[in-house]
Design a protein around this ligand. Structure first.
Ligand SMILES: [Zn+2]
Length: 358
């Protein structure tokens, strides 16, 4: 096992052999696609910064040297490279969707129609045919969209923290409009819609303390305002302790009122772009010159459905030679699926990735 860690600078880590390094993943990918270039591989990564485990694959030099975009490799990560977050609930949705696609779910749906007391325990009805044949890319996008739609609070919190909303604003209407019109699927901000919202509601950037420029302006709580409403409470205390009784001089703003309003809009849009960047969201890498993204996930993981088995018998199952060949291939493949933080059933499903892929 230690051989896996050869060539990795791990001396600074106290327990390096408990860590998975991207170099190890790359060795697995490389070995596997050298032995079986046409067999797809699906990898699920669930950790903080898990997108970083695929970052090297994005380098042009790596593609030129190893042809990584020819690999039928799809890596789904719980978050981007730079985010210290595991996006909670993503894999729950992922596996729930998968359960719906299983042939058992289709059978159960027949029972479901009969209703009765058992209905609560039965899996949800199977999805329409289009969803059943969804490619890996479409499947991931759908789960990521579902996640983003249910987790807009991080983004909205970041936006609201930068806003100064006029006192008589209908906040419910504002929030509804923000969520419906400005936040796209996949955790994206529609900047045109946001600009309209900012203008319609006369939102201004939250004013920061003119001294530290970090905290919001507060003002004295004991009635007197030696800070003149221009300082945060901490800076105001320091201002008073230094013996001042008059407010500090405010830096003169350049330009007229019209310019100021435009600057405010531009500033809020810049904050929105930063917020979008800073929000953790599912992230994926795929070999773009391969057809891995279009391969139906259900068939890849669960094998052909009952309808397809009837229409098109699979010779591999009855053929001893093919079976042996498959076993051989499986030995070459090594570890290909990582799905920490999911149940035993889910792990079992995930490991099926390989068996069904040949
Ligand atoms: Zn301050």
């Amino acid at each position: 096992m230690v051989a896996m860690y050869e060539g990795i600078a791990h001396s600074q880590h106290p327990h390096p052999y408990s860590l998975l390094y991207w170099q190890i993943l790359f060795k697995i990918y490389h070995r596997r696609f050298s032995a079986a270039p046409g067999v797809p591989m699906l990898v699920l990564l669930n950790s903080c910064r898990s997108g970083g485990m695929s970052k090297f694959l994005e380098q042009e030099l790596v593609d030129r040297t190893y042809g990584v975009h020819d690999w039928p490799l799809y890596v789904m990560s719980s978050s981007q490279a730079e985010r210290d977050a595991v996006v909670g609930g993503l894999w729950t949705s992922w596996f729930k969707r998968l359960v719906r696609l299983s042939p058992q779910a289709a059978t159960a749906a027949g029972v479901d129609e009969l209703g009765g007391e058992q209905q609560q325990q039965l899996p949800p009805p199977p999805p329409p045919p289009a969803e059943r044949e969804q490619g890996m890319g479409e499947y991931f996008d759908a789960v990521a969209d579902e996640y983003s739609a249910g987790h807009t609070y991080d983004l909205t919190n970041r936006l609201l923290a930068s806003w100064q909303v006029p006192p008589d604003t209908d906040t419910d209407a504002l929030m509804a409009s923000l969520r419906q019109d400005c936040l796209h699927s996949g955790g994206r901000v529609d900047l045109d819609a946001l600009e309209r919202l900012v203008r319609d509601y006369a939102i201004r950037p939250r004013l920061t303390c003119i001294h530290c420029k970090r905290f919001s302006r507060g003002g004295s709580r004991d009635g007197g305002t030696p800070g003149g409403g221009l300082l945060c409470s901490s800076c105001e205390r320091a201002w008073v302790q230094a013996g001042h009784t008059d407010p500090p001089a405010e830096a003169a703003a350049g330009g007229g009122a019209g310019d100021e309003s435009e600057r405010a809009v531009a500033q809020l849009l810049a904050v929105a772009r930063q917020a979008e960047q800073a929000t953790a969201r599912p992230w994926a890498w795929r070999g773009t010159r391969s057809d891995v993204g279009e391969r139906p996930l259900r068939q890849f993981l669960l094998g052909p459905g009952p309808d397809q088995i009837q229409a098109q018998p699979q010779p591999r199952a009855d053929c001893k030679e093919a079976e042996e060949q498959q076993q051989e291939e499986e030995q070459v493949r090594g570890v290909t699926a990582f799905a920490a933080d999911v149940g035993a059933e889910a792990k079992r499903q995930c490991l099926l990735v390989e068996a069904a892929g040949a």
